[in-house]
Design a protein around this ligand. Structure first.
Ligand SMILES: [Ca+2]
Length: 582
């Protein structure tokens, strides 16, 4: 994540969770009429852009094979244009050394969360990590062993393997992000006195080797948010083009990127910007003017990347990957106070990074952007930004899936499953859902059977509300008689006052099936509030669930599951199920 470009005293930001909202929020006039006019203009531009871009083939989902660049486009192995519309799922860069939210209760299993992201239309995962998660003996913590029994005992890298495998089975792609040298926090430079550039390169080469040939993992975001430190003219942070090998992020990106490409020449190399080109923060007392064009968000300033580009040894691998944030993160960027806001924003983005794509130099992936949307101006910011990205064919990964990002919140709410509808409504028209390989089934089912262990570790971060229900009843299961090629087994996996979670296992008979339908009638007034991995239709107490598009096809004796959340009052009998298949 990000931070405040003008911050002189750097509070210890230990994790993304501690991002604080700047209290000095300046109220600004609302310009609703201007916003409506902008939206109309933007909508018209989208239509024009779609017409113009209709010529190159557009890949379904995230395309096939490894990705390449072609001018300002990302293309797949067939040359078809791919648009990455993804999301950040963080945690592996923190002391937990693995994805956050693995402490959540069902249905937010680790697979359930990926299912949710994919069905919402996020086609790419950007995964932050720190070197600490890669060290031998590193352990992953705060995993709910009841929710995610299949992750017990796995190392952070083994959990990453599983997430990559499953995301790939949904047609999603993965970008790895060297978020910080260690879990201790962000740094201005890509190395520290204890974590050298050579150590960083060794980590990257290990990962590039580990996932070589696995086309789900498409590339490396070399280092997260290089930024200025100290004040001009004595800055000590990351510069762009100053020529000092110890501070020039452009030159470091070349060294690191080329070292990765030696191991895996098929990866894309994602390069972020700096904050201030000089590597030092501006100050008001030196009498030197500080125009807004000099400094952007941490990692956002690529304004010199056309004149002083990153030069890689393998052509068509370079993607520039800036960040952009809004008022909920830091309210004093000068462009928030422009009387033309939000219509001034495209020129700001053009200056810092948009021109790279507009001049057909290289593709842009906006690697992080997000807001709580607590301030109505942020709604205008996000709406304008999404239109800008789509009009210009740019890719993006939203920050974040996690709800526990202090100054942005997430797409997921605190149950790690429900969705912030206000944010999603703005993003949804711009998402390209993954359509890839839906045939691979999970090798491990989500939790069934008796919960034998309650979560043993507590998150070190602070989820603002932790689901508190614990299983109170032993799951029961009633196998049913096949009425045509399949059986269905119903299990209550969690029950608490007023609510319950159930899972139904559908198993093919002795011959393969291509579609299934399970039906039952609730006897005690139960209702279903949310169902996943199936298509629900109900008529009062009468329930019918058909397969989802990706889990209808089952080989002989193969099984799949769907699950749901429901309500109950006095009694919660297990119903009798009927399964039909063709
Ligand atoms: Ca100055």
């Amino acid at each position: 994540m990000t931070s405040k470009p003008l911050r002189i005293t750097n509070p210890l930001r230990i994790t993304n969770l501690l991002r604080t909202t700047n209290p000095l929020r300046v109220a600004k006039p609302r310009r609703l009429i201007g916003a409506i006019a902008a939206a109309i203009t933007a909508a018209a531009t989208v239509l024009i852009a779609i017409t113009i871009n209709a010529t190159p083939a557009v890949a379904a989902g995230t395309g096939t094979g490894y990705l390449r660049t072609n001018g300002n486009r990302i293309v797949d192995a067939t040359g078809a244009t791919v648009r990455l519309t993804g999301i950040n799922w963080f945690g592996m860069e923190t002391d937990n050394r693995t994805f956050h939210g693995l402490w959540a209760n069902p249905p937010a299993t680790w697979r359930g969360q990926i299912d949710r992201m994919a069905e919402l239309g996020f086609n790419t995962l950007r995964i932050p990590y720190s070197g600490d998660a890669l060290r031998p003996g590193a352990t992953a913590t705060s995993i709910n062993t009841w929710t995610n029994p299949d992750l017990v005992g796995l190392s952070p890298l083994e959990i990453l393997d599983r997430v990559i495998e499953y995301a790939g089975s949904k047609g999603m792609r993965v970008i790895l992000d060297r978020h910080r040298p260690t879990a201790a926090g962000q740094t201005a430079l890509w190395y520290t006195p204890t974590v050298s550039e050579a150590s960083m390169i060794a980590d990257w080469r290990m990962l590039a080797q580990r996932y070589a040939g696995n086309t789900t993992v498409i590339g490396a975001d070399l280092f997260n948010e290089p930024h200025a430190e100290g004040t001009d003219p004595n800055g000590t942070g990351a510069c762009w083009g100053c020529g000092d090998p110890a501070r020039d992020w452009r030159l470091a990106a070349e060294r690191i990127g080329n070292a990765i490409l030696e191991v895996n020449p098929n990866w894309l190399i994602f390069v972020e910007g700096v904050s201030c080109l000089s590597g030092g923060n501006p100050n008001a007392w030196d009498g030197v003017p500080d125009p807004w064009q000099n400094c952007d968000w941490w990692g956002g300033n690529l304004s010199q990347a056309i004149e002083q580009p990153v030069r890689l040894n393998v052509p068509n691998r370079l993607v520039y990957a800036p960040h952009d944030y809004a008022i909920s993160v830091y309210d004093r960027q000068p462009w928030f106070n422009d009387p033309n806001f939000p219509n001034n924003l495209p020129a700001v983005w053009d200056h810092f990074w948009g021109k790279i794509a507009k001049q057909n130099v290289a593709p842009i992936l906006l690697g992080e952007f997000g807001s709580t949307l607590a301030n109505p101006l942020d709604v205008q910011w996000l709406t304008t930004l999404m239109n800008y990205l789509t009009e210009n064919g740019m890719s993006f990964t939203y920050w974040s899936w996690n709800p526990n990002s202090g100054d942005t919140g997430g797409i997921a709410l605190d149950d790690w499953y429900s969705i912030n509808q206000q944010k999603y409504a703005i993003l949804q028209p711009h998402l390209v859902p993954p359509t890839g390989q839906p045939t691979s089934q999970p090798t491990t089912s989500s939790p069934t059977g008796t919960p034998t262990s309650t979560p043993t570790s507590t998150p070190t971060s602070t989820p603002t509300s932790t689901p508190t229900s614990t299983p109170t009843s032993t799951p029961t299961a009633t196998p049913t008689i096949p009425s045509g090629g399949c059986t269905a087994t119903y299990a209550i996996v969690n029950q608490y006052p007023g609510g319950f979670q159930a899972e139904v296992t559908v198993r093919a008979g002795s011959t393969a099936i291509s579609q299934w339908m399970v039906s039952w009638t609730f006897a005690n007034g139960q209702t279903i509030t949310q169902l996943w991995n199936g298509d629900l239709s109900s008529n009062g107490a009468s329930i019918t669930v058909r397969n989802a598009p990706y889990n209808g096809s089952l080989g002989p004796s193969a099984s799949t599951t769907f699950g749901f959340l429901g309500t109950w009052s006095s009694t919660n009998e297990v119903p009798t199920l009927t399964c039909r298949a063709t």
